[in-house]
Every structure is written in C-alpha cells, then in structure tokens.
Design a protein around this ligand. Structure first.
Ligand SMILES: Nc1nc2c(ncn2[C@@H]2O[C@H](COP(=O)(O)OP(=O)(O)O)[C@@H](O)[C@H]2O)c(=O)[nH]1
Ligand SMILES: [Mg+2]
Length: 300
C-alpha cells in the first residue's frame, strides 16, 4: 500500500489509485486513514463538504466550474466527487459528457482542484457509502473542501447529498407546472437554492415560487439566488454566499434521517456474513429475522 503513502505527498496518480481502491472496496477507510492519518476536527461552524444537487441539465457542472474558479482563486484547495448515474440505456454517462470543467485547464488554478467521477452503474458497492469514505479520505489528505455533485433524483442520490455538511439544490427556470411533489423531499434538504439559467425566461418566476413555498413550511427559509453559470452572472455573490452558508435548521433533521438510513445500509452491506446470509435466505434455510439478528450481532 505504498500508493497511500505517496498520496500524502500530493501525487495525483496515487490519490486516484487510493480512491479506486476505496471505490472497489479492496481498501477500507480505516486502513486508509491508518496510513494517511486523520485530520483534527475543528468545529468553527464552516463546512468541509458541500453537495450540489438537482435535475440533469440544470447547470450544476457549469455552476461548479464557475464556483471553483472563485474558490481556487482565493487559494482554497477543493476536491470534487461527481456522482455519475450512467444511463442504463446507452451505457454512457449522464453527467460526464455534457460540460467539461474548464477550471482544470487553468494553469494558475488547477493545482487547487481535483476532479473525480464515480460511475454508479459500474459500482459494486453502495454509492453513498463510497462517497462518504472518499470524502473522509480527501479531507484527511488535507483538501480544504470536498464538493459532491449528484443528480437529485432517487434515494441513493439524496443519500449522497446527505453525506455533506451543506446542500445546495440547483433549479432551472419555471416550466409552468409549479413545484412538483417529488421535488419536495430534495427542497426540504436545501441549505440554499440557486435558480440557474437566469438568462432565460421563467427563472425569476420560479425563484418566487420557491420562496413562497418555503414560507409555508416551518423554520427559516434557505436563501434562493438567481445565477447564470453560462454568462457568469451572480457567481461571485453565489460563491461568497456558499462559503459562509450556515446549515439551515430545517435541513438538519432530514439530513440526520438520511445519515441514520445510510448507517444502517452500511451495516448490512459491510457485514462479512452477507453473502452467506443471502444464500441461506434464498434457500429458505434461515428466516428473515435470523438474518437480521446475525447482522446486528456482527457489529455490536
Ligand atoms: N442558458 C443557460 N444555459 C446554461 C446555464 N448553465 C448551464 N447551461 C447549459 O445547460 C446544459 C447543462 O449544463 P450542465 O452543467 O452539464 O448541467 P448538469 O447536468 O446539471 O451538470 C449545458 O448545455 C450548459 O451550457 C445558464 O446559466 N444559462
Ligand atoms: Mg453535471
């Protein structure tokens, strides 16, 4: 595991190799941290991890490119994990082939940025668990912040977002159908909402719809900001707002819910007896509740 040691010296190739080992579960986070060390926890109210989530095509990658320029320009070192739910139909990536991040081509900034995508279709393990482990590892290596880009659809993606200290939900202009119920869960988790593509009609209308719907709920509403990643409008304000963004009280409960669920999932997926238990269950030689108690016992 020499590559782990090398990753601590800033070698990108060794970093990539370490992340691949975490992804394929041939390396556990514990093992990795035992080599690279852990980072002391400073509770200064600042976030270390941010999730950027929202429907495909709303401009998350474009926005992130602009935000990274601002942050890297201020000297922050930021690692990005792009969770890429590759399309089962084409086998191609849903996110990866849309927009290329240009910040990594910028000689003055690229040393402050690291990009890594996680192809969920190829993944053998639970993606939220992998994302969480990679995040801890990157922070332990001394990256200032980790940003997780994830499509805001589906339980697994919501759980990826819940790994983060703060959640930014990105929306596009109004499409005339108001705020749909399936979005409510995601909006509930938001510490901030950006309505991107403010250069297109309907963006302000949608921002108003969102603000209104937050007024109906309990607790302080998250800030709702208009941005145009394409034209660079509102990006500086957005970057500053995010850096000092407090966790919204309303998102905290939903986040803990997701984290509890993720913990449970990890317990099951990482149980050494899982394969055996599944076989026994399939054969009908043990009962469901026996399997549950096995998994419980293995970790207590
Ligand atoms: N008009 C307009 N288009 C944008 C804006 N931001 C992104 N786009 C375009 O939206 C498409 C999807 O962007 P992308 O960042 O890949 O979206 P993602 O799937 O959410 O990551 C691309 O063609 C972008 O050029 C914006 O502010 N205004
Ligand atoms: Mg994207």
């Amino acid at each position: 595991m020499e590559y782990l040691q090398e990753a601590t010296t800033g070698c990108r190739r060794s970093l990539a190799r370490s992340l691949t080992a975490l992804e394929s579960r041939t390396l556990s986070l514990e093992q990795a941290l035992s080599v690279v060390g852990t980072r002391p926890v400073v509770d200064d109210g600042e976030w270390q991890t941010l999730a950027i989530t929202g429907a495909p095509g709303v401009g998350k990658s474009c926005l992130l490119d602009g935000l990274l320029r601002q942050w890297a320009g201020q000297g922050l070192r930021i690692a990005v994990l792009a969770v890429d739910p590759s399309s089962p139909r084409t086998g191609g990536a849903l996110l990866g082939d849309r927009v290329r991040m240009t910040v990594v081509d910028d000689a003055a900034l690229k040393n402050n940025i690291y990009l890594r995508s996680i192809a969920t279709r190829k993944s053998s393990g639970s993606v939220p668990v992998i994302v969480e482990d990679m995040t801890h590892f990157l922070l332990a290596l001394g990256w200032d912040k980790v940003v997780i880009e994830t499509v805001g659809a589906g339980q697994s993606e919501v759980r990826c977002a819940a790994v983060a200290d703060r959640i930014l939900v990105v929306e596009g202009p109004a499409r005339g159908d108001g705020i749909q119920a399936e979005k409510a869960g995601l909006l509930e988790l938001a510490d901030a909402v950006f309505v991107n593509k403010s250069d297109l009609p309907g963006a302000e209308l949608h921002a108003d719809e969102l603000r209104e719907s937050y007024q109906l709920g309990l607790g302080a509403p998250p800030p709702v900001l208009l941005t145009s990643a394409l034209h660079g409008i509102g990006l500086e304000a957005a970057a500053n707002l995010l850096l000092s963004l407090p966790a919204s009280g309303r998102s905290t409960k939903a986040r803990w819910r997701e984290r509890l669920l993720a913990f449970h999932e990890r317990k099951i997926l990482e149980s050494p007896q899982l394969d055996e238990l599944l076989l026994e269950l399939a054969k009908g030689s043990i009962e469901f509740k026996d399997a549950l108690s096995f998994i419980g016992d293995a970790h207590e």
